[in-house]
Design a protein around this ligand. Sequence first.
Ligand code: M6R
Length: 615
Amino acid sequence: MCGIVGYVGSQPALDVVIDGLSRLEYRGYDSAGTAVSADGKLTVTKRAGKLANLREALAGADHSDTGRSGIGHTRWATHGPPNDRNAHPHTDCTGAVAVVHNGIIENFAALRLELEGRGHELSSDTDTEAVAHLLEEEVAKGASLADAMRRVCLRLEGAFTLVAVYSGEPDLVVGARRNSPLVVGVGAGENFLASDVAAFIAHTRDAIELGQDQVVELRRSGVTVTGFDGKPADVKEYHVDWDVSAAEKGGHDYFMLKEIAEQPRAVAETLLGRIGADGRLSLDEMRLTDDELRDIDKIIIVACGTAYHAGLIAKYAIEHWTQLPCEVELASEFRYRDPILTRSTLVIAISQSGETMDTLMAVRHAREQRASVLGICNVNGSTIPRECDGVLYTHAGPEIAVASTKAFLTQLIAVYLIALYLAQVRGTKWGDEVFAMIQLLGTMPQKVEQVLETVEPVRDLARSLAGERCVLFLGRHVGFPVALEGALKLKELAYMHAEGFAAGELKHGPIALIEQDLPVVVIVPSRARPVLHDKIVSNIQEIRARGARTIVIAEEGDEAVAPYADTLIRVPAVPTLLQPLVATVPLQVFACELATARGHDVDQPRNLAKSVTVE
Ligand code: M6R
């Protein structure tokens, strides 16, 4: 959370920084601010609210456009309410140092007291401001900004990315990171710092990953990286394999709509190149050997939010195809319950961003307990895959809307691939069975496309329900996590009460919620599992008898449900385990349309941020 940009080069820094922030606004939009260095002084401008407010302030202000170095920030508030005063950048007593920050400085209260004791006047409620004053003290002693940053970082506890400018060194931007993302963009005669490559992709696709506890000095002429101890650090350079068009709306009103539409391609990309010349599934990038995978006796999946729902679906596939016991745990709960991990436990961490702090902490805990950890991530080079023993990347492309859509579908593909690979190496499925399932997975892009082509009635339905107070979602088997995901989407986008239930659990309490005309979405399992299917048909009748308005998602050709559906949404018939790939899509469209009808910005729902880098 919080997006950070730094720039040194020959272009007007303010333009580059604002453009970068516009691509990082998904990380937080409580306030935004910039600091530009020119003519031996810093010009700081900041405003509460979205970036548009800052743009407006800059348009009317007498700010210098001559500065060629600067920093910017878009905030997701942690310490202090989202107002102008708490917006970043924060400055020291003299206005010579400005700093932006992502993360939480846990010992800020003690530092603040100490600074106030030495006569500093702090004007915000943030943890960040202490850093500006600590840097002030170091540069006053004669330290360069980079040395000051290294010394200050050694005093900080918690997670932080810091980026600072100092009027005394106008052609320099200094960044530091611990447990929080920061990447370097390497251009020709210009260099960039950002929380995410999206901020500088319009200028360069050459990037450098920064390691833990490193400080970077950014000048026009180049980039220097050291540890907090000042020793030169090894860095990893890489080339970003997508371009600026992937980070733009491409004619859609919202990124979320674009990302929903991109799902067939994202699924296809994630499946690409997985079959070897011998017809066997091959996951070369995974880094774990077949011997290591044969030794596993238990799998634990850790993830948050939508990624957790992908994990819940994975459990059904893994246990069915591999006969390995699989637990799924909210990453935020995992390390607090003393999970039983051994060297033969495989922990799978699922995270779109690869930066979610709860998931990262679960990964670290699992590795400390000597378990093998495999990441499923979308963002190349992010922290979680770097700290895992192995990784399977999803190839969804950048996901910018806060609500996860294409990342979810590609996470499902990744877990299906891992489950099938485990089945292959452990011999719990015959080669031809694995191959047949991979062939079926190969048809999924087209099935998802089919859903998208027929989804217009879902939009009409969503608009007609915009005035409702509550929607319930029911499912069985893999349909249960789909119900949870449908409810999560509606909560986060439409700010409506929405809950997902296992249909069989309804009569143990939640059925009391059913009242006349309450909309209830039911995900009906494939008829290929008659036991599941017939049970849910009975559940639909039970809620309808109590007045519910039933919105039924069922496969083509399933006529048994038709008499009990007030609205029937058809999805292509696919094997039971793969049904989430098609059944989730109408629910994404439903939430997006309903939220839009209620007047909400679906890309930036209130109180949220795309990447949750605090616990
Ligand atoms: O980046 P991650 O996949 O680790 O993010 C996990 C959750 O924060 C995320 O899925 C969140 O629940 C989404 N906003 C849901 O749409």
